[in-house]
Design a binder for this molecule. Structure first.
Ligand code: ADP
Length: 277
């Protein structure tokens, strides 16, 4: 009976497969010796499936390096990264590329749509690149979810910036990825359009079960996340549960002041503690 109980407990304990993103002891160093830059200084992090996480920090704190390492676009100098329970550290470049195409979604500041393809063809691209049969019904479904099913035959150049970013979100979601990585997704949008795009990312998490990890300078954008993680000099220095933009800006401002770094280009104020993430 004891053994049985033990097994059940083991089954209930979080296994690696229960996390969408895991980083264990991740370090990223550029260069060597005295001139080495320590961009990430030992990141330990586990993000649950169906969560929306924002990563903030002053310029140079390691946000881009974090995103690149977490998404398998760059290799850590040390440590382990797992996506959807699969360890990607040490994977061959070909396997990593296949994993990124099939199991990750990306949303960039600059939309990165192919101008010569229609909206629908852009959304189908991850399936084509992954070697899967392009599922037009699925493309129409995600385009409807982002409110653009009427625009499937248009080209990106015929759409507004906000509409183009919604196409990029549809493209990121089409394969039902383990994680969507978003890099300043509202950086090129006006306030109203940014709110629409962030609401969509929020809905993707709440209604479609997506997992979103977003790097942003913008406290308003971070206010849509379940949790905000603050990077300072390559380490996570603090986190906030879902908070107002003012509260997030205050924390970011203090972090920036403490780091003595150039202020991030946000309407920031001041403040950061030191709780482990
Ligand atoms: P952030 O996105 O928060 O501005 P980055 O991740 O871009 O920060 O950079 C973190 C640190 O690593 C900075 O000191 C930056 O200058 C350095 N860095 C980033 N990329 C490189 C690189 N390719 N070579 C050398 N140093 C780099």
């Amino acid at each position: 009976m004891w053994r049985r109980g033990t097994r059940r407990n083991q089954r209930e304990a979080p296994s690696t497969g229960d996390w969408a993103v895991e980083l264990c002891g991740v370090r990223r160093r550029y260069g060597r010796g005295a001139r080495a830059v320590h961009a990430l200084r030992g990141i330990d992090l586990a993000l649950p499936r169906g969560s929306f996480t924002a990563v903030m920090g002053p310029s140079g704190s390691g946000k881009s390096t974090f995103l690149q390492c977490a998404a398998g676009l760059d290799r850590p100098s040390e440590g382990v990264v797992r996506l959807g329970g699969t360890e990607i550290t040490g994977m061959s470049e070909n396997k990593l590329t296949a994993l990124r195409r099939g199991r990750l979604g990306f949303v960039f500041q600059s939309f990165n749509l192919l101008p010569s393809l229609t909206v629908e063809q852009n959304v189908l691209l991850p399936m084509r690149l992954a070697g899967a049969r392009p599922d037009r019904a699925r493309a129409r479904e995600v385009l409807a979810q982002v409110g653009l099913d009427q625009h499937a035959r248009r080209r990106p150049g015929q759409l507004s910036g906000g509409q183009q970013q919604r196409v990029a979100i549809a493209r990121a979601l089409v394969t039902r990825p383990d994680v969507v990585f978003a890099d300043e997704p509202t950086g090129a949008l006006d306030t109203g359009t940014a709110a629409e795009v962030l609401t969509l990312l929020r809905r993707a998490v709440d209604e479609m079960g997506a997992t979103v990890t977003m790097v942003t300078h913008d406290p308003t954008a971070a206010g849509y996340a379940d949790r905000v993680l603050f990077l300072a000099d390559g380490s996570f220095a603090d986190s906030l549960p879902r908070s107002s933009a003012d509260r997030i800006a205050a924390r970011l401002g203090e972090l920036t002041a403490k780091a003595g770094a150039a202020p991030a280009p946000v309407p920031a104020a001041a403040a950061l503690g030191g709780a482990p993430v």
